[in-house]
Design a protein around this ligand. Sequence first.
Ligand SMILES: [Zn+2]
Length: 205
Amino acid sequence: MFFKVLGSSNPTRLFVAGIHGDEEAITRPIFEMMIKDIKITSGRLIVVSLSRDCPYISTLNEAYYDSTNGKKLLELIQEYRPEIYGELHTYKRDNHLNLIDPERRKNIGVPPFTELEEKVLIGSVSPFIRTCEFKKEDFCFTLEMPDPYSEKALQIVLHILRSISLSSSRDEILEKLREHYPRQIRDVEKNFREFFRDMKNILFF
Ligand SMILES: [Zn+2]
């Protein structure tokens, strides 16, 4: 397991890759690039890549949290109690339309991802953890990176991860994201606000 802590005290940001073992080959090097030369001036950033030896189970399936990686993930969240939590995943290009499908909520019960640009997608995290492990005002996000990805997609993901690493609150993060992606962030907020309001009265994302 790859594990690095930069900075100290709060706010605590936890970024996790290798949630699905076979994605680790792409997501772990991205984390390594992301933390190179970064200076965390307030709070801490914990960057983790989980084991690659874990069979694929969707995080939308509760069984994931009983798998080796799922248990480890819950342990990390419960130990560090991050206010800012992010997962980096990858997806195969033929899954792109499923992930952004406006009917996704009707079909599989969760809102679609929103494309930022260059096939890089953003959304919230699994409702299993968003509703139980985090506070309403925490900021939880998932970035989905296409596999294979373009150089531009890599730069976008690195930029977003660094910019969130250097932010201290949900409001600051949303403000920065809105600067580049006003329409997209409006869509994400709308999708997740409705979803979590119907579910447990939790504010989006
Ligand atoms: Zn994944």
